[in-house]
Design a protein around this ligand. Structure first.
Ligand SMILES: *Cc1c(COP(=O)(O)O)cnc(C)c1O
Length: 388
């Protein structure tokens, strides 16, 4: 169905940061399939894990134990400081699990009409509950009636939460991104998550972090909330978790980890051997090669180079982000830059109308970053000042 306005290109193969289309043209991928292929394309560790598992066993269902799923659960919970995990097949499904978990947690405490606090500009997925949680009218329009039980406040605004909390005693959880991705790479104040954590503790709310885009090393820590040295009660992952194989995960600790019992939730495909083997290979590679730290260092280079090139360019409003999650906000809509970049052999994204978003693979090299900055800043200058 016509759900995407697709660009006129078909990619045939990839290697690291590079893609080749069916005409043999080469492209530098600064988007990673929207923060998915963090290890780059055709990473040998993932390829090997997939090939080996495909020859043994693809699927048995969650009616039986699955060794790879148990191993992945062990590794993920240990790395995240969490206790339990539910595996799904996408980000939206991981968030659906978190939303259901928060509601069941509330019902067990006698709150029969629980409310989840969400923020403006957020993105949490396209299922009915997750598009309701999403803070973008375009995502919701035409799909009413929306799901009940959500209340919205501005992002990065603790005072607004205090006002809403005073009038809404049924709030049981906060669902928020550590950095808003689709919303335009919006980085909150340094103490936002710390304050949210304190506020949730005071009110016995669950702090649920959507790390679907920020997780898996992208921001310079394995999980973005680790910059703030706080611990969520629930965290969702997807995108980069298996480098392109569909998977989602909803992790929990403390009381939140004990909410689901057999029969409360499930998934036929979720946590299947193939996806879990790919995710294990991703985790091994990320940790062995310290790719999160590398993302932090290379992100610093990317910021410095972009700032050096664009500082004095009229029309560039802001350059922001963390690690290898970068947004360049212009003073006007710039969606046409995506096609111009494609024609120049560069894959980028524009979100929230006027924010150029870069999400390159974590394995990108300093020389490739230099090339990316060179190409992109040239395009931005020409776009902002076409007469020169
Ligand atoms: C992409 C994304 C989702 C949705 O993930 P899907 O796999 O497309 O369902 C949810 N939350 C955030 C923050 C995302 O970036």
């Amino acid at each position: 169905m016509s759900t995407y306005a697709r660009l006129p290109v078909t990619f045939e193969r990839g290697d690291g940061v590079w893609l080749w289309d069916n005409m043999g043209r080469q492209y530098l991928d600064a988007l990673s399939g929207i923060a998915v292929c963090g290890l780059g394309h055709a990473h040998p560790a993932v390829t090997q894990a997939l090939c080996a598992q495909a020859g043994k066993l693809l699927h048995t269902s969650n009616l039986y134990r699955i060794a790879a799923q148990e191993q992945l659960a062990e590794r993920l919970t240990a790395l995240a400081g969490m206790e339990r995990v539910f595996f799904a097949n996408s980000g939206a499904e991981a968030n659906e699990a978190a939303i259901k978990l928060a509601r069941l947690y509330a019902h067990r405490r006698g709150i029969t009409q629980p409310t989840i606090l969400v923020t403006e500009g957020s993105f949490h997925g396209r299922t009915l509950a997750t598009l309701t949680a999403t803070g973008n009218r375009k995502t919701q329009a035409g799909f009413e009636p929306l799901v009940q039980g959500f209340v919205r406040v501005p992002y990065n605004d603790i005072a607004a939460i205090e006002m809403v909390a005073a009038n809404c005693p049924s709030i049981v959880a906060v669902l928020v991104e550590p950095i808003q991705g689709e919303g335009g790479v919006i980085v909150p104040a340094d103490d936002y998550l710390v304050q949210l954590r304190q506020y949730c503790d005071q009110h016995h709310w669950l702090l649920m972090l959507d790390e679907i885009q920020t997780g898996m090393g992208r921001t310079g820590q394995l999980f973005a909330h680790q910059h703030s040295a706080i611990q969520p009660d629930v965290m969702t992952l997807a995108k980069g978790l298996a480098n392109g194989v569909p998977i989602g995960a909803c992790l929990a600790r403390g009381a939140a980890a004990e909410v689901f019992a057999p029969g409360n939730h499930g998934s036929t495909f979720g946590g299947n051997p193939l996806a879990c083997c790919a995710a294990l290979a991703v985790l091994d590679t990320l940790t062995n090669q310290q790719l999160a730290t590398r993302a932090g260092e290379l992100g610093a280079q990317l910021f410095n180079d972009l700032r050096a090139q664009l500082n004095d360019v009229a029309g560039v409003v802001a350059i922001r982000g963390r690690g290898l999650m970068v947004g360049i906000e212009l003073d006007r809509d710039c969606g046409v830059l995506v096609k111009q970049a494609l024609d120049a052999g560069l894959l980028i994204n524009v979100t929230a109308g006027r924010v150029i978003r870069l999400l390159p693979p974590l394995i990108i090299t300093p020389a490739q970053i230099a090339q990316l900055v060179e190409q992109l800043t040239q395009l931005i200058r020409a776009f902002l000042n076409p007469s020169h």
